[in-house]
Write a protein that binds this ligand. Sequence first.
Ligand SMILES: [Zn+2]
Length: 82
Amino acid sequence: MPIHVCPVCGRRHEVSSVLDRLAYGRFLTCSPKCKTSLAGLVRRRTLAEMAEAAGRLRRARHAALGDCTLRSDMQACPDGLK
Ligand SMILES: [Zn+2]
């Protein structure tokens, strides 16, 4: 039986070879409780990545348009409309 390390609690546990094949190289959780926690973990990580990407985009836009956009993201830059 293949051994998986639970990505939530770190416990080593046996997984049936069928499930191991279905996991495509990822480690499976050891219990339904850990599976639920993993869904929350993944959701938090995805939201954090989305927030980070949005912040990066905002910073890149500020850098590209100059400091007149620092007043507001939505406001048109008056210096840019000459
Ligand atoms: Zn676990």
